[in-house]
Design a protein around this ligand. Structure first.
Ligand code: AMP
Ligand code: MN
Ligand code: MN
Ligand code: MN
Length: 278
């Protein structure tokens, strides 16, 4: 049987809906053989995921998805194959989680100016982990009837360029790559097709990411339009980056792909896992 790698997924330790254990079980059911749990700015789910993976006989790759700021944009960098006991990584997660709390309070006061009161306290109800993010605020806005659904919450208040799109708290890409490398991991530029930037801008980003020590990019991330995978592979080859693939799964029945459900890497790809396979 061919291995099936899904190297981007979330649990309720950040903004996913499943426990790390249930996520691993679902991955196994979906035929995934190698799963990376890459929660936003935290490694807190990895221990439980690893224990479950041992029971289910699937390989768990220690991962994270760091939030960064690049040219005024929120760029995500996935770290894979991390040493979770590394002190630099642990301190980085602590710093990011504090930033998330301050940011959520700032978003909350901005939304209050628009007549949407109590967003921080409200969002905490939906955030079991303490890794608070915009989806928790969106959930509060949905539950209190301020918006019809999550998509509308992002479209009106929280998405790129809207009043609740606060991102000045995030480190630059070099810093996040440094954290990942300190923990022995591989730094992967997440979902390059999702940034709504021009191709010229994307090339600048990839060039700077590589320059800053970045190792890989997600060539296949969830559902892509025809030809996009090959197009991303051309960029990976040009910038001499390894290729990764993942669903970015957050919750069953959501717009994201299900675990393991995406096309294979193009044949010319050098898979990121070759960097840690012996
Ligand atoms: P944050 O980590 O607080 O910056 O929030 C970013 C997260 O919001 C992403 O990882 C997605 O999980 C979620 N998200 C972004 N856009 C949307 C959207 N249009 N609808 C629902 N969730 C979204
Ligand atoms: Mn998310
Ligand atoms: Mn992301
Ligand atoms: Mn993600």
């Amino acid at each position: 049987m061919l291995p099936v790698y899904d190297l981007h997924s979330h649990s309720l330790c950040s903004d996913g809906s499943l426990s790390p254990q249930d996520l691993v079980s679902r991955a196994k059911e979906q035929g995934v053989t190698h799963l990376a749990l890459t929660d936003h700015d935290t490694i807190s789910g990895l221990k439980a995921a690893k224990e479950q993976a041992l029971k289910e006989n699937i390989t768990l790759v220690n991962g994270i998805e760091f939030s960064t700021l690049w040219q005024g944009r929120n760029i995500h960098i996935v770290g894979l194959n991390l040493d979770v006991d590394n002190a630099t990584l642990i301190a980085a997660c602590e710093q990011q989680s504090q930033s998330r709390i301050e940011r959520a309070k700032e978003i909350s006061s901005k939304l209050a100016e628009k007549g949407l009161e109590g967003c921080y306290e409200g969002a905490l109800q939906y955030c079991a982990s303490g890794i608070i993010g915009r989806p928790h605020i969106a959930k509060y806005l949905v539950e209190t009837g301020k918006v019809a659904n999550m998509a509308q919450a992002f479209k009106r208040y929280l998405g790129a360029g809207k009043i609740g799109d606060v991102k000045q708290c995030w480190p630059d890409i070099q810093t996040a790559i440094g954290w990942i490398h300190a923990a022995g991991g591989v730094a992967v530029l997440a979902h390059p097709t999702k940034y709504t930037m021009t191709r010229t801008k994307l090339r600048v980003l990839l060039g700077e990411f590589k320059e800053a020590g970045g190792d890989a990019m997600e060539v296949i991330c969830g559902h892509l339009k025809p030809g996009q995978g090959d197009d991303m592979q051309r960029l990976a080859t040009y910038f001499n980056l390894l290729s990764s693939c993942g669903s970015d799964f957050h919750a069953p029945g959501q717009p994201w792909q299900d675990l393991g459900k995406f096309s294979q890497l193009p044949e010319s790809a050098v898979p990121v896992w070759e960097s840690w396979a012996n």
